[in-house]
Design a protein around this ligand. Sequence first.
Ligand code: FES
Length: 152
Amino acid sequence: MDSELRELYQQVILDHNKSPRNFRKIEHPDHFAEGYNPLCGDRIDIYVKVENNIITDLSFQGSGCAISKASASLMSSMLKGKSEEEAKEIFNRFHDLVTGHDISAEEIEKLGKLAVLEGVKEFPARVKCASLAWHTLNSALNEDKNVVSTEE
Ligand code: FES
């Protein structure tokens, strides 16, 4: 990571860790899932409201490291107003980014601030932190009733 990107990465993580967006419970969500990272014991709950196939509200609660919290916070901000299909597409794009798959500059651009999390691809344990909220969201949208684990 070059120094400019590293600085941006730190700023974004610090900001979202200190003031996480949408860190709250939604009463009567349309979708809900619990995520678990057995490597560290951190847990996250994801709540989603959907109207006419559009995500109208998305929130999270739980305990986690700065990267997992920042990733959940960025995810919740980015996906509000998107359709469920768009959210799943963004999930796939983000997953490719943090797991080191080839992804075009144009696609990285579309990820906005989320793109700073690309740096975690060098650190497998950190990839789990960054993707915990996303796997949990995916499971919530797919109505999977089991707790999602980063180790499966
Ligand atoms: Fe637990 Fe990052 S250390 S999610």
